[in-house]
Design a protein around this ligand. Structure first.
Ligand SMILES: C[S@@+](CC[C@H](N)C(=O)[O-])C[C@H]1O[C@@H](n2cnc3c(N)ncnc32)[C@H](O)[C@@H]1O
Length: 294
């Protein structure tokens, strides 16, 4: 048996078949982006390439096969972040992301969140009959009802108490036990409620929201669809710990592996293309571990 739990590995091959060779329940979280339906060919003349199917149902079935296998290999408290884009056929939007998300629900993956990845630097388009698309979906799934997720590590700044907010005085009460609006300069105002600031407003910031503004990554020349590191980092920090095993069954240029290594996690990746596997291995090998591995 290959020892993969504490290593950085990228295997060239078909995701479903390669996944079937590793032990069950070893992956903590996966962050991945399969090829989109009918967008491009990564490995010409390879019949296992996903995304090149003629029929949408075949594409969905192939993804279900891969993610069913991944489900078995994921720990009981594990999760999956799936980034997937949509496709137009004859000017009709197919709704591919949601079709895939619901199909994965049928094979056990529990859908927890649909996140909009808003790309402020998305490519302009020449369409004149509809708005230009500048977002994609990221679906967050858990294997079970109880799973590893740390909301405190990905909190956002409170907007309610920003400089321009009429409630900015509330900041003084953050984290103070029993701090309430009535304790401040508005004490006695009958319009104020009696809830505690320290409970309503977490001192580390508000809970992560479902629209993530993240510009496209800088490695766009080497592969068609490179993840921005910030996107991977957000997912990874919330759903894994130092020493966890992180997977990407559609590794591409290896961004998930690079971020995993930077943050002291281990990585198991797969890509059908030898060229991309080598590219990913090169990127991961030249990345320095920044966490303190056990
Ligand atoms: C959208 S790209 C992934 C990009 C990646 N997130 C990155 O940051 O570079 C999808 C990848 O899936 C690979 N692929 C296509 N069919 C596959 C299959 N059956 N098994 C494994 N990989 C496959 C393609 O070669 C391509 O590199």
């Amino acid at each position: 048996m290959v020892y993969i739990e504490k290593s950085y590995t990228v295997i060239t091959g078909n995701a479903k078949e390669v996944l079937s060779t590793i032990p069950d329940k070893i992956i903590q979280t996966s962050i991945t982006s399969p090829p989109y339906f009918g967008h491009r060919i990564y490995t010409p003349e390879n019949e296992n390439e996903i995304g090149t199917e003629v029929e949408l149902n075949d594409y969905i079935n192939h993804l279900v096969d891969v993610f069913s296998e991944l489900y078995k290999k994921t720990r009981d408290d594990g999760t999956l972040w799936l980034n997937i884009g949509d496709t137009y056929r004859n000017n009709i939007l197919l709704g591919v992301p949601w079709r895939v998300a619901l199909a994965l629900g049928e094979v056990g993956w529990q859908l927890r969140s649909d996140i909009i990845w808003y790309k402020p630097n998305a490519m302009p388009s020449s369409v004149k009959t509809r708005p230009t698309v500048d977002h994609e979906y990221i679906f967050f799934f858990a294997k079970n009802k109880v799973y590893f997720y740390n909301p405190d590590l990905i909190r956002e700044p409170h907007v309610t108490f920003g400089e321009k907010s009429r409630m900015k005085g509330g900041r003084n009460h953050f984290g103070k036990r029993n701090g309430t609006p009535e304790n401040g300069k508005n004490s006695g105002n009958p319009n104020l409620h009696t809830s505690r600031w320290d409970q309503a407003f977490h001192p580390l910031g508000r809970n992560k929201r479902t629209v993530w503004e993240i510009p496209l990554g800088k490695y766009r020349g080497v592969h068609f669809a490179v993840f921005p590191e910030k996107l991977v980092e957000t997912c990874l920090v919330a759903t894994s710990q130092e020493g966890s095993l992180v997977c990407d069954p559609f590794t591409g240029s290896g961004t998930t592996g690079v971020v995993a290594k930077k943050l002291g996690r281990y990585f198991y990746g797969i890509d059908l293309s030898e060229k991309y596997s080598q590219l990913a291995i090169g990127r991961i090998n030249s990345t320095i571990v920044q966490g303190t591995l056990l």
